[in-house]
Write a protein that binds this ligand. Structure first.
Ligand SMILES: [Mg+2]
Length: 374
């Protein structure tokens, strides 16, 4: 078999473990050691909705993502300490953004795949050495653990698909290095569904051709597979099964930057400007370091009744200035408290959202506060 020959890249896949549930364990240390189930309540009846993520204790007992909350409660009915929590996507987003910032600092070639998963191409900073690559992977893990108290599973391999499979092979808190010489043995006996992209339907088609392992798939006749699965997918899967994947790690365009914080006490008016300062500064620093400007500045208010309210303003000229962002956000919050419905004037969490992003070009400079006020 031709195995990833000529592919001298080294890619890291970082996958945060049971992310939403782990975020909740960090925020509420008293629940760790108990089964934790993060739920999306649909609101129709008290328990209607589905499980989003559960921690490993709950998973061991059979509580998997996607099952109805009612079923999860039935499974855990004899475990009074089991914890059911509503999903708090804003909070997980904030934690995720900080972690992605850590990852980005390790390589310019960075690709975020989802809220809890990213790839880094470390071919250059590892100098092509898997020993050094493993050290970098360890550094990444320990930085995330130290700053956010979260574990992740990491795979190091010659391409994206293999790094993802390596990360998946040991969870939670895993670190798996797959050097080119180990790829063949790693893939050979794995069932085909371990290959990213192969779901139950494709698995069934492959089974009808007598293909059960990734090894079988790598040896399969491409023409026959093209007939069965289509002329693109068939040969593509054969290549993956041979350990070949040339997809580059590339940054996906981001649409917004946001931060949300919980206030020390609920606010009934705009009396929390001190609390906004640090998050605005943090956002502005991030924009500057990533050479981005925003044209739209928004505020988020999450009320005591858990209603999310937003307001935003579009600027004439894009900015990354913390002073300007703070001024605009403060105006928006002031007018929010003047105009919002009574029910929405009891605010528990607040945030800033910067959007309509533009790359900084040479001639664009940040307008100063005085420009804006003029
Ligand atoms: Mg994950």
């Amino acid at each position: 078999l031709a195995l990833a020959q000529g592919d001298s890249r080294i890619i890291i896949c970082v996958d945060l473990d049971y992310f939403y549930a782990q975020c909740e364990e960090v925020r509420k240390p008293e629940i760790s050691g108990k089964p934790v189930v993060v739920c999306v309540f649909s609101g129709r009846t008290e328990d209607s909705g589905a499980v989003s993520t559960s921690n490993y204790l709950a998973r061991k007992l059979g509580v998997k993502s996607g099952i109805p909350i009612v079923s999860a409660k039935r499974i855990l009915k004899d475990i009074p300490e089991a914890v059911f929590l509503p999903m708090d996507r804003d909070y997980y987003d904030t934690v995720s953004e900080r972690i992605m910032g850590i990852l980005r600092s390790h390589s310019e070639r960075f690709e975020q795949v989802s809220i809890d998963e990213a790839y880094l191409d470390i071919s250059e900073n590892s100098g092509g050495s898997y020993e050094r690559a493993q050290e970098i992977a360890r550094e990444v893990k320990s930085e995330i653990l130290q700053t956010e108290k979260l574990t992740c599973s990491v795979g190091v391999a010659p391409n994206k698909v293999l790094s993802k499979m390596a990360a998946d092979s040991k969870k939670p808190d895993g670190l798996t290095v797959l050097e080119p010489r180990d790829v063949y043995n790693f893939l050979q006996l794995l069932p085909v569904e371990k290959l990213p992209g192969i779901g139950p339907k494709i698995k069934k088609s492959l089974e009808s051709l007598g293909i059960r392992t990734i090894g079988d798939l790598g040896n399969a006749d491409e023409g026959r597979l093209a007939l069965e699965l289509g002329k693109n997918l068939g040969p593509y899967l054969v290549m993956l099964a041979r350990g070949i994947d040339n997809e580059p790690v590339r940054e996906r365009e981001r649409e917004q930057y946001s931060r949300i914080i919980t206030l020390k006490q609920n606010a009934k008016s705009f009396d929390f400007s001190d609390a906004l300062g640090p998050i605005v500064l943090d956002l502005s620093k991030q924009l500057i370091s990533e050479k981005i400007m925003c044209r739209s500045i928004g505020i988020i208010a999450i009320t005591y009744a858990l209603r999310t309210r937003t307001r935003s303003k579009t600027l004439e000229t894009p900015t990354n200035s913390d002073k300007l962002i703070l001024t605009v956000a403060s105006d928006l919050f002031r007018s929010y408290f003047e105009t919002a419905e009574e029910l929405d004037k009891d605010v528990r969490r607040v945030g800033i959202r910067l959007s309509e992003l533009e790359k900084v070009t040479e001639e664009k400079t940040s307008p100063s506060l005085t420009d804006f006020l003029a």
